[in-house]
Design a protein around this ligand. Structure first.
Ligand SMILES: Cc1cc2nc3c(=O)[nH]c(=O)nc-3n(C[C@H](O)[C@H](O)[C@H](O)COP(=O)(O)OP(=O)(O)OC[C@H]3O[C@@H](n4cnc5c(N)ncnc54)[C@H](O)[C@@H]3O)c2cc1C
Length: 434
């Protein structure tokens, strides 16, 4: 039996660990190819399900159709019937001179969903244990990894943005930033109102510019939390700017209070919709910042002993594009196929590098798109957003790009391709921008 350790029980680690133990003990073993391949899986989890549920929120975790399909195929879509079905994405445009329409909303081809990671990871952890999976509770440190890895055929590190990821060297080629590009503040709430004309659960995004300078973005979205459906508000504040008022790490009541103050001053329309909101629970708020980074996917933790990184541990993007959970699911499903397809062959460094490289073919598009959203919008992006406000086809294509950012390379990421597309769609913007 092949021994596999998964360090980190979050979106990616649990998806992989459950894929390696898809059945309860004694039931039919699982294999994707050829003879059934049994795995002896040990999962290292920092917190018990109870601790996770009673802790603070971790993300806003909107997942789009393709990632949800992977969870469904793996039998992991346990909250699908209860989570609000997000059917549209709406964008306001910060600088009215670039968009006479003032913004746009378009339907997603497939609904998205956001299930509180506290609900999801606690539930998946219990499922893993119910299937006879072994869980070691506690925080794994760098000094623990050689011992863990020496006892396994394969060790996968999926500890998210936590410090253990530093065992993987930063890959400067794909890591343009050395500090956070946004300060984050989120709160799970109830009591917001839907805007007129938007009948169902959605995500809406409002960029904020103050005196012509980009200050960040404000998001509202629908989700499922511990005790039912809720809304989530999220600030992505440019560090040092007027929206960056979160350094003291306030709790839920204070995040709501400051959010309403900011909205009253900066976004009166959103203030009118959000003024009745209240936090869902004592752990409903999250504040912080992260530095986007891509790391080398393989670390040598002792001479000749290697571990493979998965998810945010090796590809960490700012949440502004709402892609991390989606990428984590894709990566977990891909690693699972690579493991089960490898038969009894060794999981050596070459296999690890090859496995990550195949995932990076998709993940690189996510990183490029996210980093583009973090910087000043290039002129061709302004042209696209302006066109989207007047042409539903452009709006629809952009909105659905969030479900699979790889497709954006064909028309959004590059100025020539963007202009060719806009011309072909009859949506080219006049030279004066109007
Ligand atoms: C504010 C915010 C909003 C976001 N919004 C979205 C969104 O809308 N859509 C989207 O797709 N993504 C979003 N993301 C990103 C998404 O949450 C992450 O990309 C995703 O959770 C990554 O999955 P992961 O398994 O790699 O890491 P995580 O889900 O973070 O899991 C890591 C796990 O490892 C554990 N761990 C950490 N260190 C150790 C250790 N030393 N030993 C043992 N265990 C350890 C942690 O407790 C955790 O359980 C958002 C993130 C933030 C911060």
């Amino acid at each position: 039996m092949r021994r596999i350790a998964v360090v980190g029980a979050g979106q990616a680690g649990l998806h992989l660990a459950l894929g390696l133990r898809p059945q309860a003990p004694g039931s039919e073993p699982h294999s994707t190819r050829g003879a059934p391949e049994p795995y002896d899986v040990t999962l290292y989890a920092a917190r018990t399900p109870r601790e996770v549920r009673s802790g603070r929120v971790l993300s806003t975790q909107v997942m789009y159709g393709p990632a949800l399909a992977l969870e469904r195929a793996a039998g992991l879509a346990l909250w699908e019937d209860r989570a609000p079905r997000i059917t549209s994405l709406g964008f306001a445009v910060a600088d009215p001179s670039h968009s006479p329409g003032g913004g746009f909303t378009a339907l997603l081809d497939e609904p998205a969903q956001s299930v509180d990671l506290r609900v999801k990871t606690a539930g998946w952890l219990e499922l893993f244990e119910a299937r006879g999976g072994r869980v070691e509770y506690g925080t794994v440190g760098p000094a623990d990894l050689p011992g863990i890895a020496a006892a396994q055929d394969l060790t996968v590190v999926a500890t998210g943005s936590g410090p253990l990821a530093e065992v993987f060297a930063r890959d400067a080629r794909h890591s343009p930033y050395d500090r956070p590009r946004r300060t984050l503040a989120a709160c799970y709430v109830r009591g917001t109102r839907m805007p007129d004309g938007l009948g169902g659960p959605h995500v809406r995004v409002t960029p904020v510019a103050v005196d012509g300078t980009a200050a960040g973005e404000f998001f509202v979205l629908h989700a499922l939390t511990l005790d039912g459906p809720c809304e989530i508000v999220l600030w992505e504040a440019v560090p040092g700017g007027p929206l960056d008022v979160w350094a003291d790490r306030p709790g839920p009541d204070e995040v709501v209070k400051r959010t309403l103050e900011l909205l009253r001053d900066r976004l009166p329309g959103e203030y009118a919709l959000c003024r009745g909101m209240e936090p869902t629970d004592a752990g409903a708020a999250l504040t912080g910042a992260l530095t986007p980074v891509v790391r080398r996917p393989v670390a040598e933790v002792a001479p000749g002993t290697y571990v493979l990184g998965l998810g945010d541990a090796v590809v960490l993007n700012d949440p502004v594009s709402g892609q991390g959970s989606n990428s984590a699911a894709r990566a977990a499903a891909h690693y699972l196929r690579a493991i089960t397809g490898h038969g009894g062959e060794p999981f050596d460094r070459t296999w690890m590098l090859r496995t990550f490289a195949a995932h990076w073919e998709h993940a690189r598009h996510v990183t490029a798109f996210t980093n583009l959203l973090l910087g000043p919008a290039p002129e061709h992006v302004r042209r696209i957003l302006s066109a989207a406000a007047r042409h539903p086809e452009v709006a629809h294509r952009y909105v659905n790009g969030f479900a699979d950012p790889a497709g954006l390379a064909e028309w959004f990421m590059d100025a020539d391709r963007a202009d060719a597309y806009l011309a072909a769609a009859g949506a080219a913007v006049p030279a004066d921008g109007g």
